[in-house]
Design a protein around this ligand. Structure first.
Ligand SMILES: Cc1ncc(C[n+]2csc(CCOP(=O)(O)OP(=O)(O)O)c2C)c(N)n1
Length: 328
């Protein structure tokens, strides 16, 4: 896909929207308005935003719990108000108020997520079989963190995807920590993409703070999957700026006896993906200061409207609960 100024501005706008919705989520959680908890994804916006820029509506993304999939669901087309309303537990949410943060929309290629880390990885392989049988060139993206690579489903899924050349992209957002445990304690090798070698799956390591680096890495993987050549493993080197989940003590930080030095967080924050891209686009003259202010304001207005919509939406009727459990 040609990199036009229009695309660059679209990517920047999506980064800002994802960050602003994440911030709104935290604000609403601490104001006691959410019926859920929240795993902030601040610092990890770029991978999902760049990924979705290559995908069509009928391509499927199995998102995981980090940021509750905001960096995929928003750019894939789920409205902010539908995402927030689900967290408010309202009938207008992406799971009709019954699903917590596990929203879904099959028309947008978002089949939802379960509560088990790595639970979706074999489902992604299964969806890959369905897409292959349909023969329409659909792509399936399986998103997971470094913690998920220590569980069996990744290996079952990768084996099947490799053997049957399924159109699946294994999309690892390696933010170095699984809850409070650093990746070097649980994995013998630094690069998780090495895992793909054993299955003969081509892999790439990507700077997950640089939206254009992700964009360039995803393109060939999508192309490969669409043309029937099989899976690719992409490892994003990224970082979450905030604790594992909001409102919990952050036992990962060294001051709490954990493994995460505050200097490490500060270092990664210097490579904030939103600020990095803004600076780069302003230096190139693609974005002006006025554009930045306008994009910021539009995203703020969108999130304020999402909050108003969520607060005013009706609660679900318990009689509809069965509809949330069973497919028609
Ligand atoms: C099988 C299972 N074990 C533990 C948990 C609790 N849990 C939820 S998220 C999480 C951390 C997962 O880490 P990672 O896959 O690296 O993703 P990240 O949170 O870093 O984005 C854990 C342990 C769970 N949901 N499922």
């Amino acid at each position: 896909m040609e990199v036009t100024n229009e695309l660059l501005i679209k990517l920047y706008t999506q980064l800002v929207r994802v960050r602003k919705l994440d911030e709104k989520m935290i604000e609403c959680l601490f104001a006691g308005k959410l019926r859920t908890f929240f795993h902030s994804g601040q610092g990890q916006e770029a991978p999902g935003v760049a990924l979705c820029a290559h995908l069509n509506d009928d391509d499927m993304v199995f998102y995981n719990h980090r940021s509750h999939g905001l960096n995929k669901c928003l750019p894939k087309g789920m409205p902010a108000k539908q995402i927030l309303a689900e967290h408010f537990g309202r009938a207008t949410g992406g799971g009709n108020g019954f699903a917590g943060f596990h929203y879904a929309d099959l028309n947008l290629g978002l089949p939802g997520m379960g509560g088990m880390v790595a639970g979706e990885l074999t489902l992604a392989a299964g969806a890959g079989i369905a897409c292959q049988l349909r023969g329409k060139g659909q792509v399936v993206v399986s998103c997971f963190g470094d913690g998920a690579t220590g569980r069996g489903p990744l290996h079952e899924g990768m084996l099947m995807a490799a053997a049957w050349k399924l159109p699946v992209i294994w999309f690892c957002e390696n933010n170095l920590y699984a809850q409070w445990t650093r990746v070097n304690v649980t994995h013998p090798r630094e690069d998780l993409s090495d895992l793909a070698q054993g299955y003969g799956i081509p892999a790439a390591i990507v700077d997950g703070q640089d939206v254009m680096a992700v964009y360039e890495a995803v393109g060939p993987a999508v192309e490969r999957a669409r043309s029937g050549k099989g899976p690719t493993f992409l490892e994003m080197k990224t970082y979450r700026f905030r604790p594992h989940a909001e409102g919990f003590p952050d036992f990962s930080v060294q001051t709490q006896g954990g493994m995460r030095p505050s200097t490490e967080t500060e270092e990664w924050m210097r490579r904030d993906p939103v600020r990095l891209f803004k600076t780069s686009l302003m230096e190139k003259g693609v974005l002006t200061q006025d554009d930045v202010v306008r994009i910021d304001k539009e995203a703020d207005d969108e999130m304020a409207e999402a909050e108003r919509f969520s607060a005013e939406s009706p609660w679900p009727d318990p009689k509809d609960f069965d509809k949330a459990l069973y497919a028609d």
